[in-house]
Write a protein that binds this ligand. Structure first.
Ligand code: GSH
Length: 209
């Protein structure tokens, strides 16, 4: 049984969606990043970078941190959602890296400056809004030429990009009118049973709040 370290954020949901899509048995450990659980010595053994998601697989004595590596490990364990070789493997990996080096950090920084920061910095908000819009346009272009980011088939590339693009539409409230293909893909993925199940998950006790 895989130990999955998660929280209810775009990066945490990537791991939960992948576990559900791949139907791998797991136990969710809720790391409350608002309370600093990510900085405890026990958790730093799992992720030296003090972020979620991460996992430990007792079957293979493997720890994995960074969402891209976490999803790659899960797909390779299940033998699904990441082609083992060939050009399509690298198309999927390229769109995964596009998220971990692009939409993830840029929309994350936009969230910080536009939503969380007490002092509003117009230059930072403008910089990250412009770059977020540019990246969403790149996703839209790809989804105008292929059903899924990796090509004809649903893959890890879709899971990893979904949570941040969806946060752009919902939490960040970006205008999605310029991205009709992206909206089509968001709507379709959001109806998949594994997405619906994972995105509804909450830490124990959260329902009572
Ligand atoms: N590059 C990392 C980013 C992970 C990340 O930023 N996670 C956030 C939650 S969405 C986090 O753990 N933040 C806690 C903190 O920064 O202290 C990945 O892709 O896994």
């Amino acid at each position: 049984m895989i130990d999955a370290y998660v929280w209810t954020t775009p990066n945490g949901f990537k791991a939960l969606i992948a576990l559900e899509e791949l139907a791998l048995p797991y136990r969710a450990h809720w790391i409350d990043i608002s309370k600093g659980d990510q900085r405890t010595p026990e958790y730093i053994e799992v992720n030296p970078n003090s972020k979620i998601p991460a996992l430990f697989d007792p079957d293979t004595h493997t720890r994995v941190f960074e969402s891209g590596a976490v999803l790659t490990y899960l797909a390779e364990k299940a033998g699904k959602l990441l082609p083992a070789s060939g050009p399509n493997r690298y198309e999927v990996l390229a769109w995964m890296y596009f998220n971990v080096g692009g939409t993830g950090p840029i929309l994350g920084q936009l969230g910080f400056f536009a939503k969380f920061a007490k002092e509003k910095n117009p230059m930072a908000i403008d910089r990250f809004t412009t770059e977020a819009q540019r990246l969403l346009k790149v996703l839209d272009g790809r989804l105008g030429e292929a059903a899924y980011l990796g090509g004809a088939d649903f893959s890890l590339a879709d899971i990893i990009n979904y949570t941040w693009a969806n946060a752009g539409r919902t939490f960040l409230g970006l205008d999605m009118a310029p991205y009709p293909h992206l909206v089509r893909w968001l709507d379709e993925l959001g109806k998949r049973p594994a997405f619906v199940k994972a995105l509804a998950m909450k830490p124990p006790g959260a329902e009572a709040k």
